[in-house]
Ligand binder design. Structure first.
Ligand code: ATP
Ligand code: MG
Length: 759
């Protein structure tokens, strides 16, 4: 017992050992919220207040739930595999699998990721002849997800005009389409579970009495439906333990509602509101920076953070002239950290938007530094992997039209647009899936389509007794995918990714506790369901679901939902010590010895879409707060004067956030001198020349190009009028300047010829 609790401060200890009532732990970053939550689970189990199966714990990411399970295993001598610890989506997936009949779903229902969802909507719009200029698929998707996140079905959404009524109609049709195809999107996982539990009293009461303790991490980012879901699962008797930080609420764009914190306090009659104010993660300068920055936000619940760790290193700030230089600078700094003994996995490079990672990845790759990207294009989202998954989906559920359309003519089988139209017409006419409609297509088209369905059936037949990895291997060959990429010029990478799928299946089967020989297609009924049937007092029989996937679905179904829910990270070989690249959003909850926050430029961070409203800027500021507080010992901030993004060069001002940090915590680094002053011709593009600097805070203004012109300077040109210099390349006779002439646009001018005047 002592063991579990001896590493806690008095407030943490109080939180961990609270009586079984609902409680809210409101505390800033790095104060030990997640540690408290995990320790509480262990303490509750160790003291016999609850059995492992009586705990429901919700984490924000799959990674976080894995970590929590690992920490629990280290603290307690129990098997954590069957515990209900996961994300909202993951937990709902399990509940729906276990109770698919009651939920009105086929056992092999499949999960649409957002990419699949968008294409399903596009397909619907096309079938309904909807004008996609007026109703763009993406907007329809936002509409649908927004409604679902609030817990509303189409008939519950109020629409006051024809335009909105059309959205509602499309929502309804989309739901019907999904139902017909046996697929559910992410928001549906939650809504379906919510509806199932609201409607089905015995089931609801069963789970309510089972989950005596419900614990939620990152509570500030729950949306309306998740909150309602929690309320329903808790019923009258469960104790809900919520931990969160209003300053880290960064998912408003996905419907997160920070107001849930005060609603929770009120509705769950929280008597215990505990604040944790000691930060254990970051050194003083880093923490001061975070505190000073977030003080600029107006809507806060208010709390403080202090540290005993001492000031530590100052926060280092670097200005560069281009994103390429930024990447180069990061690499140099990271290398010297590594030389000093830092682990690569303890160094994180954060960015506001995924598009920024490419340049950094390229530089890391060229320098032979192993790295791992979280988010971005993930393994299961790669085109070739998606194709392979689509074959597997079809083998599991013939009526998944999205999967059907993805691979019916991939690799090419001579199935043209006309044949597909014919097929779609037939499917619509009889209200059946594309697969089922194949026999209704006649002629040559019918023959080719028939060959495709035979292929799928043959693959199912040949693999039905085989374990998952072998099934995957056979599918890769039979489908023709391997052959296809073998003949493609740049197919080697893709083949490697496809081969990885076999490894991924092997790993998955063993991690999730399926027997190595368990047939991929057969559900748990065939392999003795572990969760026994329970007859409730009123004679209703339910299967009491274990959280273990192997007891509620077949290896194939489980693997496919894993592919949709996890998307997978696959950049570095597992176990390799690699630099960590991710967006600020996905860094939530994590910590690293050293953190680089890159691209701190107006328009990028804070993001341009946020700047219309003050609440938008406040959300960006919280995002910056999250980013800063990931760092334990070293924090680096960088901004670049120019940046290529989405194929365009942008010319940027440095982020306003620099002005919101405390001067005494910062150290502005000088741009590096890259060449000798008299070595004009050997000079790389846009090199810096040193000049004495006046104040540390305006380095940009104190460094000059050798041409006599400065970036940021206003100039006049005979033909183009007034403009501002945004970049200077070369030197001496080769000096050229990029100048923004407003309505005349951006010009690249030779400075020896252009006859510019200063204004
Ligand atoms: P975030 O808001 O970023 O999610 P958090 O509040 O969940 O942060 P944790 O991740 O639980 O914070 O803890 C931050 C770090 O401090 C971890 O490394 C944790 O192990 C450590 N820590 C927490 N409490 C203590 C303690 N009492 N003594 C020593 N270290 C602690
Ligand atoms: Mg945490």
């Amino acid at each position: 017992m002592q063991n579990l609790l001896h590493n806690l401060n008095p407030e943490q200890l109080a939180a961990v050992t609270l009586p079984a009532q609902s409680a809210l732990i409101l505390a800033g970053a790095g104060s030990g919220k997640t540690r408290v939550l995990t320790t509480r689970i262990a303490w509750l189990i160790q003291t016999g207040q609850v059995s492992p199966s009586g705990v429901l714990a919700v984490t924000f990411t799959n990674k976080a739930s894995k970590e929590m399970l690992a920490r629990l295993s280290a603290m307690l001598p129990i098997n954590t595999r069957g515990m209900w610890i996961g994300t909202f989506h993951g937990l709902c997936n399990r509940l729906l699998r276990a109770h698919h009949k009651d939920a009105g779903l086929p056992q092999t229902f499949q999960i649409l990721d957002s990419q699949d969802q968008l294409s399903a909507i596009k397909r619907l719009l096309k079938a309904m002849n909807v004008d996609d200029e007026k109703y763009p698929a993406r907007n329809v998707m936002y509409f649908i997800n927004g409604a679902k996140d609030q817990g509303l079905r189409a008939h519950e959404v109020e629409a006051n005009d024809d335009y909105n009524r059309k959205f509602v109609e499309l929502y309804d049709l989309y739901d019907q389409q999904c139902q017909r195809e046996g697929v559910v999107d992410f928001a549906e996982l939650l809504l379906r579970t919510y509806e199932l539990m609201s409607r089905n009293q015995p089931l609801r009461e069963h789970y309510q009495s089972r989950f005596k303790h419900i614990l939620v991490d990152e509570f500030q980012d729950t949306n309306d439906l998740q909150y309602k879901w929690l309320k329903l699962m808790a019923g009258q008797h469960s104790a809900v333990f919520a931990v969160g930080d209003d300053d880290q609420s960064i998912y408003a764009f996905r419907g997160a509602n920070v107001g849930n914190m005060s609603a929770f306090e009120r509705e769950f009659k929280v008597e215990n509101l505990i604040k944790l104010e000691q930060n254990y993660r970051s050194h003083g300068h880093i923490l001061d920076s975070a505190n000073t920055l977030i003080a600029n936000n107006s809507k806060r619940l208010g709390k403080n953070l202090r540290t005993d760790a001492g000031h530590g290193e100052p926060v280092r700030i670097q200005e560069v002239s281009s994103d390429l230089q930024e990447a180069q600078w990061i690499i140099e700094e990271a290398k010297s950290l590594i030389n000093e003994g830092a682990l690569r996995s303890e160094i994180a490079i954060l960015y506001r938007s995924n598009a920024q990672s490419r340049v950094i990845e390229h530089a890391l790759f060229s320098n032979g530094i192993p790295y791992k990207v979280y988010g971005g294009q993930r393994y299961f989202e790669r085109a070739e992997v998606k194709h392979a998954i689509a074959y597997l989906q079809l083998m599991d559920n013939l009526h998944n039209d999205s999967a059907f359309l993805r691979v019916v003519n991939f690799p090419t089988r001579g199935i043209g647009a006309r044949s597909l139209e014919q097929l779609q017409d037939a499917a619509r006419q009889y209200g059946i899936s594309l697969y089922a409609a194949v026999p209704f297509v006649t002629g040559k088209a019918g023959a080719v389509l028939g060959a495709f369905t035979k292929l799928i059936e043959a693959a199912r037949f040949e693999t039905q007794q085989l374990p998952l990895p072998e099934m995957v291997q056979i599918m890769l060959d039979m489908s023709g995918l391997m052959e296809h990429y073998r003949t493609e010029k740049e197919g080697a990478d893709r083949i490697e990714n496809l081969e990885q799928l076999v490894n991924a299946a092997t790993l998955f089967v063993s991690e999730e506790g399926f027997g190595a020989d368990a047939p991929a297609l057969l559900g748990p009924q065939a392999s003795a369901m572990a969760g026994a049937a329970i007859t409730l007092a009123d004679g209703v029989e339910i299967i009491d679901a274990d959280a273990q996937l192997s007891t509620i679905m077949s290896p194939l179904s489980a693997f496919l939902s894993h592919a949709s829910l996890e998307a997978g990270d696959n950049q570095a070989k597992t176990g390799q010590d690699a630099l960590q690249l991710m967006t600020v959003h996905s860094s939530k909850g994590l910590e690293f010895d050293a953190v680089f926050i890159t691209g701190l430029e107006e328009g990028l961070f804070p993001h341009e879409n946020s700047q219309q409203e003050e609440s938008g800027v406040e959300e960006e500021r919280r995002l910056m707060y999250v980013a800063i507080t990931r760092a334990k010992k070293r924090l680096y901030l960088s901004f670049s004067q120019t940046r290529m993004l989405h194929g365009q060069t942008r010319y940027n001002m440095r982020s306003r956030f620099f002005d919101e940090l405390p001067d005494e915590a910062l150290k502005w680094l000088s741009p590096k001198i890259q060449v000798q002053k008299n070595d004009w011709f050997a000079r790389p593009k846009a090199a810096w020349v040193d000049e004495p600097q006046a104040g540390a805070n305006n380095i940009a203004k104190n460094f000059k190009r050798d041409s006599g012109w400065r970036i940021g300077e206003n100039v006049a040109h005979q033909k183009f009028g007034e403009g501002v210099i945004v970049n200077i390349e070369g030197g001496g006779d080769n000096a050229r300047a990029q100048i923004n002439f407003g309505k005349h646009g951006m010009k690249l001018l030779d400075l020896t010829v252009a006859k510019l005047e200063k204004v």
